[in-house]
Design a binder for this molecule. Structure first.
Ligand code: THU
Length: 136
């Protein structure tokens, strides 16, 4: 199995830990750091809805807190509870912005799956005309 499909598989595993009692939409992410290490994340919701965290940021914040600050790619899967991921689960705008802080938009890949077909996007295409660290 190639590296991208392994990452998708790991994202599906991470999704099993999702804490999403309010939306019942479970998301998993697997982020590959430049060190070669993979960091897993799931969405973690809160009774105060705004305090919830997406799977992507969970993975990224875990990684940064462990010393990894540059990343190669991320795989993301999501679906309602009780359903297997089938549709694309694109990262939300806040997660795209957080990725920009730690990932090169020209090369960082966002791996999504649609009906078992892998689709690869570049951060620069999902966050055009961005404001990031290079603007300061
Ligand atoms: N969610 C993620 O974790 N990542 C995404 O890419 C999209 C949305 C979460 C946030 C919330 O817990 C639930 O999915 C429904 O929006």
């Amino acid at each position: 199995m190639n590296e991208d499909l392994v990452l998708i598989k790991e994202a599906k595993k991470a999704r099993e830990a999702a804490y999403a009692p309010y939306s019942n939409f479970l998301v998993g992410a697997a982020m590959l750091g430049e060190s070669g290490k993979v960091y897993l994340g799931c969405n973690i919701e809160n009774a105060s809805y705004g305090a919830s965290n997406c799977a992507e940021r969970t993975a990224l914040f875990k990684a940064v807190s462990e010393g990894e600050k540059r990343f190669v790619k991320i795989a993301i899967v999501g679906a309602k509870r009780g359903e297997a991921p089938k549709d694309l689960c694109p990262p939300c705008g806040i997660c795209r912005q957080v990725m920009l802080e730690f990932c090169d938009p020209e090369t960082f890949q966002i791996l999504l799956e649609e009906n078992q077909t892998l689709r690869t996007y570049l951060l620069k295409d999902l966050l055009p005309y961005s404001f990031g660290p290079t603007n300061l």
